[in-house]
Design a protein around this ligand. Structure first.
Ligand SMILES: *Cc1c(COP(=O)(O)O)cnc(C)c1O
Length: 430
């Protein structure tokens, strides 16, 4: 691309795009980095600079960019059908994918409800859980319980079960009332038990991010806590909604985080990695029991009245099928195990840096927490500096996130860690 073309694009970006989760005053003062192409682990900008994609294009990419098998699946699908509707019709890839998802999900799941992003996947689970109890004569079971520091998306329903003040506080008069559990880890589990003992008959569901609370800054939960929450919700007849939007598709070292503790929830919410990072697609999986709670004569008005226009999009489902094929063909999870171990060993060196407060890891989800107040924007400053080393990262407040595609090699992983180390060191020196 010529210099003048690149310049024009940068102008247009600043003139026309309002970027998500971005203080646009800062954006306007900087120079936009515009990605034009990609290959494997690397992104290329319009000026020809190449960067390692250290956060998998916001936690979605699994096998690298332009993977030949997903590219081919999409090209093949585009010659047949790009989209038709699931309202009153079905389509081939959506049908095949539903069967595949049930095949790999924790046992007990029987049904797949499609949508197109993580927030809607969670909202659908919430509405289904709530309506199930309404449909089946438990009218008082209307409350939802969520964890402290939870994040389930940005639409108002998922914000209602969100617990991150920075993102959620301003909207508090717009959202519905929920119950936030106090504390973290076993303390939160104890609080859940007390709550359920006292008033489970008014509670529809507990919503959790399993094992790792991603957006909160990669907060890792103690082993066994998820299992205990499953046991408690089962005992007290409350649904468990597990939001695997971030943890699903290999991120924690297993296909789904639930597998680490042999947990089968009532709802499983999937998005981000489902298409290998190619196209927006989400799925809410549930059980026969929940499904049966909606089977009535139409005139009783107990249908699940919900659906998004692009539900079950054929191209997205074709990409998702190819994504799952690659997991099998390339033995992605088996190859991931030694890389997770390497990452764990290498991360220890970060404690040599005086500004590092804590390093958290679960599988291929890493949070490096830096000391200092949020106003100092330390995370953002370190991520600016890491670009000099040819790496793109996106922080969460003071937490530097490392979430590379699962396909990254050990050597590349080593480079990613070295670059992160140097960027923090550079920040300390200035
Ligand atoms: C990203 C994320 C969401 C929201 O997904 P969107 O596709 O951005 O709507 C929900 N839950 C978790 C755990 C997430 O990480």
């Amino acid at each position: 691309m010529s210099k003048s073309q690149a310049q024009r694009l940068k102008q247009w970006d600043q003139e026309y795009i309002w970027h998500p989760f971005t203080q646009m005053k800062d954006w306007a003062a900087g120079e936009p980095l515009i990605i034009d192409s990609a290959d494997g682990l690397y992104l290329k900008d319009i000026d020809g600079n190449v960067y390692m994609d250290g956060v998998s294009s916001l936690w979605v990419n699994v096998h690298g960019h332009r993977h030949p098998a997903i590219d081919a699946a999409l090209k093949n699908q585009i010659d047949k059908l790009s989209h038709s509707t699931l309202l009153g019709l079905s389509n081939t890839p959506a049908t095949e994918l539903a069967r595949r998802l049930i095949g790999i999900a924790p046992k007990g799941f029987k049904k797949v409800f499609y949508s197109d992003n993580g927030s809607t996947a969670v909202e659908i689970a919430i509405k289904m859980a709530y309506q199930y109890w309404q449909n089946t004569g438990h009218k008082k079971k209307t409350n939802l319980v969520h964890l402290n520091n939870s994040y389930h998306g940005d639409t108002l329903g998922s914000v209602s079960v969100g617990g991150i003040d920075l993102f959620h506080k301003v909207y508090h008069k717009l959202i519905f009332k929920t119950i936030g559990l106090k504390g973290h880890g076993w303390e939160a589990v104890d609080n859940l038990e007390k709550l359920l003992k006292a008033r489970a008959n008014s509670i529809a569901a507990l919503v959790v991010e399993p094992l790792v609370q991603g957006a909160a800054g990669m907060l890792v939960w103690p082993d066994g806590a998820l299992k205990k929450m499953r046991d408690l919700t089962r005992k007290y007849n409350v649904f468990l909604i597990v939001d695997e939007v971030a943890t699903g598709f290999g991120r924690t070292g297993k296909m789904f985080a639930c597998e680490h503790e042999g947990v089968s929830p009532d709802f499983l919410c999937l998005a981000k990695g489902i298409t290998g990072g190619y196209l927006p697609l989400a799925a809410t999986l549930t059980t026969q029991k929940v499904y049966d709670g909606f089977l009535f004569d139409y005139k009783e008005q107990k249908t699940f009245f919900h659906g998004h226009t692009y539900t079950g999009n054929s191209l997205a489902c074709a990409a998702a099928l190819a994504n799952l094929d690659i997991f099998q063909k390339e033995r992605t999870l088996a190859k991931l195990a030694p890389k997770i171990k390497f990452l764990g060993e290498k991360l220890k060196m970060l404690y040599n840096l005086r500004s590092v407060a804590d390093v958290r890891q679960k599988g291929f989800m890493v949070g490096i927490e830096l000391k200092g107040s949020l106003e100092d924007r330390i995370g953002a400053k370190v991520c600016e500096r890491v670009r000099k080393y040819g790496v793109i990262l996106r922080p969460l407040g003071n937490v530097i996130v490392l979430m590379p595609p699962l396909s990254i090699s050990v050597e590349e992983l080593d480079y990613l860690l070295m670059a992160s180390y140097r960027a923090i060191e550079d920040y300390e020196k200035q």
